[in-house]
Design a protein around this ligand. Structure first.
Ligand code: XMP
Length: 319
């Protein structure tokens, strides 16, 4: 009978065996997967691990601060906090094609890892929180021809020039198992229970061009939506919920004024592994409460719609 306690011990032994006296650099995304991978690896090799948190400016509200305080203060893990917002937003300027956005962000992450690795005097290994579904989805679409649906930057696109070997202790796990492992490792519930968040962050929730202004608008709308979900007691019943800021403006009326602002789409799905998903059936009163709050509280949004697409045929993210 294979328990997570045993898995933890086996992986710790494997990591020690693979890494030896080597140095490991691990990118934190703010998500559960990289957090669990980092804590597990830290348990195995301690100070041979340096975490790099690339703050691309595409995080949700308050998320960057949470990551830094958890890892640096709570776990005492060596953490380099790279503020790269300008670099990412600069590179994203003018990009609208989803794959180009993903490729740019993925490439920039790798470049930053290399720079940070060089600064700490080199690393032999790059650790990632890659899960089993990431491995499959990046290779082929089940039942179909071998095509890439989306470039997951934590798996694909690793340039040949990168001179580090990979440490991926979660490659055999599904998301629910990663959460069990996270609890086993003592990660706080707010981290372990948190909805998945994609590496490219808000960039893939802003179809079209990503700007600082649009990131700020989306962060506010997303925070209102999640706050309502939590206070309705629905957070844990949902796999992932988030707002998407559409590159479409529509006409509205606020008081005596005509408005011409962006449309915000709300997404919420249930799933067990992210590979298939069903929409979450909110009641109408809940959705209209969220819509009213977003339109009243978030300047730049004057219309809210709900996404009723399951996966397949849709993907969970919009890009
Ligand atoms: P899709 O949109 O492909 O997403 O149905 C499936 C799950 O994967 C997450 N996702 C990502 N996670 N890097 C990640 O670490 C990525 O590039 C990425 N793209 C999508 C998505 O949020 C969902 O949970």
């Amino acid at each position: 009978d294979w328990t997570m306690a045993e898995f933890r011990q086996v992986k710790i032994a494997e990591i020690r065996e693979q890494v030896g006296e080597g140095r490991v650099i691990c990118g934190l995304s703010g998500g559960v997967d990289s957090a669990v991978a980092a804590v597990l690896i830290h348990e195995a090799i301690g100070d041979q691990l340096t975490c790099v948190f690339v703050d691309h400016g595409l995080m949700r509200l308050g998320e960057a601060e949470q990551v830094v305080s958890l890892f640096r203060e709570h776990y005492g893990i060596k953490l380099v906090h790279v503020n790269a917002e300008e670099r990412f937003l600069g590179g994203l300027a003018g990009l609208t094609d989803p794959e180009k956005k993903r490729k740019f962000i993925g490439g920039e992450f790798i470049a930053l890892f290399e720079e940070e690795a060089a600064k700490i005097g080199g690393a032999d290994f790059l650790a990632q929180g890659t899960l089993y579904p990431d491995v499959i989805e990046s290779v082929s679409f089940t039942g179909g021809p071998s095509v890439t649906i989306k470039s997951h930057h934590n798996v694909g696109g690793l340039p040949e020039r990168m001179n580090m070997k990979l440490v991926e202790p979660l490659r055999e796990l599904f998301k629910d198992e990663v959460r069990v492992l996270g609890r086993e490792l003592g990660l706080p519930e707010i981290f372990v229970g948190r909805h998945p968040f994609p590496g490219p962050g808000l960039a893939i929730r802003i179809p079209g061009e990503v700007t600082k202004e649009r990131c700020d608008i989306l962060r506010k709308a997303d925070a209102v939506y999640l706050e309502e979900i939590r206070s309705a007691g629905l957070y844990d019943a949902i796999w992932q919920a988030f707002a998407v800021l559409l590159p479409v403006r529509t006409v509205g009326v606020m008081g005596d004024y005509r408005t011409y602002d962006s449309v915000c789409a709300l997404r919420a799905v249930t799933s067990t592994d992210g590979m298939t998903a069903d929409i979450y059936p909110f009641d109408a009163a809940f959705l209209s409460r969220v819509a009213t709050r977003i339109i009243n509280e978030v300047k730049g949004i004057n219309r809210v719609v709900y996404d009723y697409t399951s996966k397949p045929p849709g993907t969970i993210e919009w890009e």
